[in-house]
Design a protein around this ligand. Sequence first.
Ligand code: MRU
Length: 340
Amino acid sequence: MKDIENIRLDGTSVVILDQTLLPGETKFLTLASADELFDAIATLKVRGAPAIGIFAAFALYVLAVQIEAEDYISFCRKIMEYSAFLNSARPTAVNLHTQLKRMERLVESCKDADIPVILDAMRKEAQDIQQEDINMCKAISEHGLSLIRDRFVILTHCNAGPLATSRYGTGLGSILLGHERGIRLRAFCCETRPLMQGARLTAYELTRAGVDCTLICDNMASAVMKQGKIDAVFVGCDRVAKNGDTANKIGTSGLAVLAKHYGIPFYVFCPSSTIDPECETGADIEIELRSQEEITELYFQNPIAPPGINCYNPAFDVTDSSLITAIITENGVCKAPYGF
Ligand code: MRU
Protein backbone atom coordinates (compact mmCIF):
# COMPACT_ATOMS: atom_id res chain seq x y z
CA MET A 1 0.00 0.00 0.00
CA LYS A 2 1.22 3.50 -0.77
CA ASP A 3 2.11 5.22 2.51
CA ILE A 4 0.11 8.21 3.63
CA GLU A 5 2.45 10.76 5.18
CA ASN A 6 0.23 11.90 8.04
CA ILE A 7 2.78 13.91 10.07
CA ARG A 8 6.00 15.55 8.92
CA LEU A 9 8.25 18.39 9.86
CA ASP A 10 8.66 21.06 7.20
CA GLY A 11 11.37 23.46 8.38
CA THR A 12 9.78 25.20 11.33
CA SER A 13 6.19 23.97 10.85
CA VAL A 14 4.43 20.64 11.27
CA VAL A 15 2.48 19.42 8.25
CA ILE A 16 -0.40 17.02 8.91
CA LEU A 17 -3.06 15.34 6.86
CA ASP A 18 -6.36 16.71 8.22
CA GLN A 19 -8.10 13.50 9.33
CA THR A 20 -11.43 15.25 9.93
CA LEU A 21 -11.90 15.69 6.17
CA LEU A 22 -11.22 12.09 5.14
CA PRO A 23 -12.25 10.22 3.11
CA GLY A 24 -13.78 13.01 0.99
CA GLU A 25 -10.89 15.43 0.93
CA THR A 26 -7.12 14.97 1.20
CA LYS A 27 -5.91 18.25 2.64
CA PHE A 28 -2.60 18.96 4.34
CA LEU A 29 -2.33 21.66 7.02
CA THR A 30 0.83 23.58 7.85
CA LEU A 31 0.82 24.45 11.55
CA ALA A 32 3.16 26.58 13.62
CA SER A 33 1.33 28.60 16.30
CA ALA A 34 0.60 27.20 19.76
CA ASP A 35 -3.14 27.61 19.26
CA GLU A 36 -3.12 25.85 15.86
CA LEU A 37 -1.06 22.97 17.22
CA PHE A 38 -3.30 22.57 20.29
CA ASP A 39 -6.44 22.77 18.14
CA ALA A 40 -5.16 20.07 15.75
CA ILE A 41 -5.02 17.59 18.66
CA ALA A 42 -8.22 18.74 20.39
CA THR A 43 -10.35 18.61 17.24
CA LEU A 44 -8.84 15.32 16.03
CA LYS A 45 -7.26 16.72 12.88
CA VAL A 46 -4.43 14.51 14.09
CA ARG A 47 -5.58 11.57 16.20
CA GLY A 48 -4.77 8.07 17.38
CA ALA A 49 -2.61 7.58 20.48
CA PRO A 50 0.84 7.09 18.85
CA ALA A 51 0.15 9.79 16.23
CA ILE A 52 -0.66 12.47 18.77
CA GLY A 53 2.52 11.60 20.70
CA ILE A 54 4.64 11.97 17.56
CA PHE A 55 2.83 15.16 16.57
CA ALA A 56 3.28 16.70 20.03
CA ALA A 57 7.04 16.07 19.92
CA PHE A 58 7.30 17.88 16.56
CA ALA A 59 4.94 20.60 17.83
CA LEU A 60 7.11 21.27 20.87
CA TYR A 61 10.17 21.60 18.62
CA VAL A 62 8.31 24.04 16.34
CA LEU A 63 7.30 26.14 19.35
CA ALA A 64 10.82 25.97 20.79
CA VAL A 65 12.21 27.53 17.61
CA GLN A 66 9.96 30.55 18.19
CA ILE A 67 11.08 31.18 21.78
CA GLU A 68 12.99 34.43 22.19
CA ALA A 69 14.94 33.67 25.34
CA GLU A 70 17.98 35.37 26.77
CA ASP A 71 19.18 32.33 28.66
CA TYR A 72 18.65 28.62 29.26
CA ILE A 73 16.43 29.12 32.34
CA SER A 74 13.86 31.26 30.54
CA PHE A 75 14.01 28.99 27.45
CA CYS A 76 13.38 25.97 29.63
CA ARG A 77 10.51 27.67 31.50
CA LYS A 78 8.78 28.47 28.21
CA ILE A 79 9.27 24.88 26.98
CA MET A 80 7.55 23.57 30.12
CA GLU A 81 4.65 26.01 29.58
CA TYR A 82 4.18 24.94 25.95
CA SER A 83 4.46 21.28 26.89
CA ALA A 84 1.77 21.61 29.58
CA PHE A 85 -0.46 23.48 27.12
CA LEU A 86 -0.17 20.77 24.42
CA ASN A 87 -0.63 18.03 27.01
CA SER A 88 -3.95 19.57 28.10
CA ALA A 89 -5.45 19.10 24.61
CA ARG A 90 -6.64 15.52 25.32
CA PRO A 91 -6.40 13.46 28.53
CA THR A 92 -6.78 9.75 27.72
CA ALA A 93 -3.99 8.67 25.33
CA VAL A 94 -0.84 8.35 27.43
CA ASN A 95 1.42 8.79 24.38
CA LEU A 96 0.77 12.54 24.35
CA HIS A 97 2.04 12.85 27.93
CA THR A 98 4.89 10.34 27.47
CA GLN A 99 6.40 11.93 24.38
CA LEU A 100 6.12 15.47 25.75
CA LYS A 101 7.85 14.32 28.96
CA ARG A 102 10.58 12.72 26.84
CA MET A 103 11.14 16.06 25.06
CA GLU A 104 11.14 17.91 28.41
CA ARG A 105 13.73 15.51 29.82
CA LEU A 106 15.92 16.10 26.79
CA VAL A 107 15.80 19.87 27.30
CA GLU A 108 16.56 19.43 31.01
CA SER A 109 19.59 17.33 30.14
CA CYS A 110 21.02 20.12 27.94
CA LYS A 111 21.65 22.69 30.71
CA ASP A 112 25.13 23.56 29.50
CA ALA A 113 24.36 23.70 25.79
CA ASP A 114 23.65 26.73 23.59
CA ILE A 115 20.05 27.12 22.48
CA PRO A 116 20.74 26.28 18.76
CA VAL A 117 22.32 23.02 19.94
CA ILE A 118 19.28 22.24 22.10
CA LEU A 119 16.98 22.95 19.15
CA ASP A 120 18.94 20.53 16.96
CA ALA A 121 18.70 17.89 19.66
CA MET A 122 14.94 18.45 20.00
CA ARG A 123 14.40 18.06 16.25
CA LYS A 124 16.40 14.85 16.22
CA GLU A 125 14.53 13.50 19.28
CA ALA A 126 11.15 14.11 17.62
CA GLN A 127 12.36 12.37 14.45
CA ASP A 128 13.62 9.46 16.57
CA ILE A 129 10.20 9.18 18.26
CA GLN A 130 8.57 8.88 14.82
CA GLN A 131 11.13 6.36 13.55
CA GLU A 132 10.82 4.26 16.74
CA ASP A 133 7.05 4.20 16.26
CA ILE A 134 7.49 2.96 12.68
CA ASN A 135 9.77 0.19 13.93
CA MET A 136 7.42 -0.74 16.80
CA CYS A 137 4.37 -0.86 14.52
CA LYS A 138 6.24 -3.09 12.08
CA ALA A 139 7.22 -5.46 14.91
CA ILE A 140 3.66 -5.45 16.34
CA SER A 141 2.26 -6.31 12.91
CA GLU A 142 4.71 -9.20 12.51
CA HIS A 143 3.76 -10.61 15.94
CA GLY A 144 0.07 -10.23 15.09
CA LEU A 145 0.52 -12.44 12.03
CA SER A 146 0.97 -15.39 14.40
CA LEU A 147 -2.71 -14.94 15.38
CA ILE A 148 -4.05 -14.99 11.81
CA ARG A 149 -4.83 -17.84 9.46
CA ASP A 150 -5.72 -17.80 5.77
CA ARG A 151 -9.34 -16.69 5.18
CA PHE A 152 -9.65 -15.10 8.63
CA VAL A 153 -12.32 -12.46 9.15
CA ILE A 154 -11.38 -9.75 11.65
CA LEU A 155 -13.69 -7.24 13.30
CA THR A 156 -12.14 -3.90 14.19
CA HIS A 157 -13.29 -0.71 15.90
CA CYS A 158 -12.25 2.93 15.55
CA ASN A 159 -8.99 3.38 13.65
CA ALA A 160 -5.69 1.80 14.59
CA GLY A 161 -4.07 2.00 11.17
CA PRO A 162 -1.24 4.06 9.67
CA LEU A 163 -3.22 7.29 10.15
CA ALA A 164 -3.31 6.70 13.91
CA THR A 165 0.41 5.96 14.14
CA SER A 166 3.30 6.56 11.80
CA ARG A 167 3.15 3.67 9.37
CA TYR A 168 1.54 0.17 9.33
CA GLY A 169 -0.61 0.84 12.40
CA THR A 170 -1.23 -1.38 15.41
CA GLY A 171 -4.65 -3.08 15.26
CA LEU A 172 -4.71 -2.82 11.45
CA GLY A 173 -1.01 -3.52 11.01
CA SER A 174 -1.27 -7.31 10.85
CA ILE A 175 -4.25 -7.12 8.50
CA LEU A 176 -2.35 -4.83 6.11
CA LEU A 177 0.88 -6.85 6.39
CA GLY A 178 -0.94 -10.18 6.04
CA HIS A 179 -2.74 -8.90 2.96
CA GLU A 180 0.56 -7.70 1.44
CA ARG A 181 1.97 -11.21 1.99
CA GLY A 182 -0.92 -12.86 0.20
CA ILE A 183 -2.90 -14.13 3.22
CA ARG A 184 -6.59 -13.95 2.33
CA LEU A 185 -8.18 -11.77 4.99
CA ARG A 186 -11.45 -9.93 5.32
CA ALA A 187 -12.37 -7.20 7.77
CA PHE A 188 -15.55 -5.87 9.31
CA CYS A 189 -15.25 -2.29 10.59
CA CYS A 190 -17.60 -0.78 13.10
CA GLU A 191 -18.48 2.75 12.01
CA THR A 192 -17.52 4.01 15.53
CA ARG A 193 -20.03 6.65 16.53
CA PRO A 194 -19.97 9.54 17.14
CA LEU A 195 -16.86 10.56 15.18
CA MET A 196 -17.01 7.72 12.66
CA GLN A 197 -13.32 6.83 12.64
CA GLY A 198 -14.21 3.30 11.51
CA ALA A 199 -16.28 4.45 8.55
CA ARG A 200 -14.17 7.43 7.56
CA LEU A 201 -10.64 6.21 8.27
CA THR A 202 -10.44 2.43 8.74
CA ALA A 203 -12.69 1.66 5.77
CA TYR A 204 -10.62 4.17 3.77
CA GLU A 205 -7.28 2.64 4.74
CA LEU A 206 -8.39 -0.94 4.17
CA THR A 207 -10.10 -0.38 0.82
CA ARG A 208 -7.15 1.75 -0.33
CA ALA A 209 -4.89 -1.21 0.46
CA GLY A 210 -7.20 -3.61 -1.37
CA VAL A 211 -8.41 -5.47 1.73
CA ASP A 212 -11.96 -6.85 1.46
CA CYS A 213 -13.77 -4.74 4.04
CA THR A 214 -17.40 -4.51 5.19
CA LEU A 215 -18.72 -1.54 7.14
CA ILE A 216 -21.31 -2.10 9.88
CA CYS A 217 -23.06 0.18 12.35
CA ASP A 218 -21.79 -0.28 15.90
CA ASN A 219 -25.02 -1.96 17.01
CA MET A 220 -24.59 -4.73 14.41
CA ALA A 221 -21.50 -6.28 15.99
CA SER A 222 -23.45 -8.77 18.10
CA ALA A 223 -25.41 -9.94 15.06
CA VAL A 224 -22.34 -10.60 12.89
CA MET A 225 -20.61 -12.39 15.76
CA LYS A 226 -23.66 -14.55 16.40
CA GLN A 227 -23.88 -15.38 12.70
CA GLY A 228 -20.36 -16.84 12.96
CA LYS A 229 -18.89 -14.27 10.57
CA ILE A 230 -16.03 -13.15 12.85
CA ASP A 231 -12.85 -15.11 13.74
CA ALA A 232 -11.17 -12.48 15.92
CA VAL A 233 -11.46 -8.88 17.11
CA PHE A 234 -8.39 -6.61 16.66
CA VAL A 235 -8.30 -3.16 18.27
CA GLY A 236 -5.71 -0.55 19.20
CA CYS A 237 -5.65 1.29 22.50
CA ASP A 238 -4.89 4.62 24.12
CA ARG A 239 -3.58 3.62 27.53
CA VAL A 240 -2.78 0.29 29.18
CA ALA A 241 -2.73 -0.02 32.97
CA LYS A 242 -0.20 -2.24 34.74
CA ASN A 243 -2.82 -4.96 35.24
CA GLY A 244 -3.70 -5.07 31.52
CA ASP A 245 -6.92 -3.02 31.63
CA THR A 246 -6.97 -0.97 28.43
CA ALA A 247 -8.66 2.27 27.42
CA ASN A 248 -9.73 2.52 23.79
CA LYS A 249 -12.44 4.20 21.74
CA ILE A 250 -15.91 4.17 23.28
CA GLY A 251 -17.63 0.93 22.33
CA THR A 252 -14.52 -1.24 22.59
CA SER A 253 -15.42 -2.73 25.99
CA GLY A 254 -18.85 -3.71 24.68
CA LEU A 255 -17.20 -5.59 21.81
CA ALA A 256 -14.96 -7.39 24.32
CA VAL A 257 -18.01 -8.51 26.34
CA LEU A 258 -19.68 -9.73 23.16
CA ALA A 259 -16.54 -11.52 21.98
CA LYS A 260 -16.30 -13.36 25.31
CA HIS A 261 -19.96 -14.34 25.04
CA TYR A 262 -19.52 -15.74 21.53
CA GLY A 263 -16.11 -17.34 22.24
CA ILE A 264 -14.21 -15.09 19.83
CA PRO A 265 -10.62 -14.06 20.69
CA PHE A 266 -10.23 -10.36 21.51
CA TYR A 267 -6.78 -8.89 20.84
CA VAL A 268 -5.44 -5.45 21.79
CA PHE A 269 -2.44 -4.04 19.88
CA CYS A 270 -0.17 -1.23 21.05
CA PRO A 271 3.40 -0.04 21.19
CA SER A 272 4.95 -0.27 24.65
CA SER A 273 4.79 3.56 24.73
CA THR A 274 1.03 3.12 25.35
CA ILE A 275 1.62 1.22 28.61
CA ASP A 276 1.40 3.58 31.58
CA PRO A 277 3.58 2.41 34.45
CA GLU A 278 1.95 5.04 36.70
CA CYS A 279 -1.49 3.55 36.23
CA GLU A 280 -2.32 0.54 38.41
CA THR A 281 -5.73 -0.33 36.91
CA GLY A 282 -8.23 1.01 34.39
CA ALA A 283 -9.95 2.93 37.19
CA ASP A 284 -6.96 5.33 37.18
CA ILE A 285 -7.44 6.26 33.51
CA GLU A 286 -9.03 9.63 32.85
CA ILE A 287 -11.76 9.37 30.21
CA GLU A 288 -12.17 12.33 27.90
CA LEU A 289 -15.66 13.83 27.73
CA ARG A 290 -16.48 15.61 24.48
CA SER A 291 -19.15 17.99 23.27
CA GLN A 292 -22.76 16.93 22.75
CA GLU A 293 -22.81 18.31 19.19
CA GLU A 294 -20.71 15.31 18.17
CA ILE A 295 -23.71 13.11 19.02
CA THR A 296 -26.53 15.31 17.80
CA GLU A 297 -25.22 17.19 14.76
CA LEU A 298 -21.70 16.74 13.53
CA TYR A 299 -22.14 14.06 10.87
CA PHE A 300 -25.81 14.73 10.04
CA GLN A 301 -27.40 17.03 7.50
CA ASN A 302 -29.83 18.26 10.18
CA PRO A 303 -29.73 17.89 13.97
CA ILE A 304 -31.07 14.46 14.89
CA ALA A 305 -32.27 15.15 18.44
CA PRO A 306 -34.42 17.77 20.14
CA PRO A 307 -32.53 21.01 20.84
CA GLY A 308 -31.06 21.08 24.34
CA ILE A 309 -31.29 17.31 24.88
CA ASN A 310 -28.89 16.10 27.59
CA CYS A 311 -26.05 14.07 26.09
CA TYR A 312 -23.25 12.08 27.66
CA ASN A 313 -20.30 11.71 25.30
CA PRO A 314 -17.32 9.80 26.77
CA ALA A 315 -14.76 9.34 24.00
CA PHE A 316 -13.20 6.17 25.47
CA ASP A 317 -14.01 3.22 27.69
CA VAL A 318 -11.92 0.74 29.62
CA THR A 319 -11.85 -2.94 28.75
CA ASP A 320 -11.24 -5.17 31.73
CA SER A 321 -8.09 -7.25 31.28
CA SER A 322 -10.12 -10.43 31.98
CA LEU A 323 -11.88 -9.89 28.63
CA ILE A 324 -8.65 -9.55 26.63
CA THR A 325 -7.17 -12.69 25.07
CA ALA A 326 -3.75 -11.08 24.57
CA ILE A 327 -2.02 -7.70 24.26
CA ILE A 328 0.39 -7.50 21.35
CA THR A 329 3.32 -5.08 21.61
CA GLU A 330 6.60 -4.85 19.71
CA ASN A 331 7.95 -7.34 22.27
CA GLY A 332 5.49 -10.09 21.39
CA VAL A 333 2.11 -11.56 22.31
CA CYS A 334 1.54 -11.01 26.06
CA LYS A 335 -1.08 -12.87 28.08
CA ALA A 336 -2.39 -12.37 31.63
CA PRO A 337 -1.14 -11.97 34.30
CA TYR A 338 0.41 -8.88 32.72
CA GLY A 339 2.19 -6.99 35.50
CA PHE A 340 3.56 -4.43 33.03
O1 MRU B 1 -10.41 9.68 19.51
P1 MRU B 1 -9.38 9.00 18.67
O2 MRU B 1 -9.79 8.87 17.25
O3 MRU B 1 -8.01 9.61 18.83
O4 MRU B 1 -9.32 7.54 19.27
C1 MRU B 1 -8.34 6.67 18.78
C2 MRU B 1 -8.50 5.28 19.23
O5 MRU B 1 -9.31 4.98 20.08
C3 MRU B 1 -7.56 4.28 18.64
O6 MRU B 1 -8.14 3.01 18.65
C4 MRU B 1 -6.29 4.23 19.47
O7 MRU B 1 -5.73 5.50 19.62
C5 MRU B 1 -5.32 3.31 18.92
S1 MRU B 1 -4.31 4.07 17.72
C6 MRU B 1 -3.22 2.97 17.10
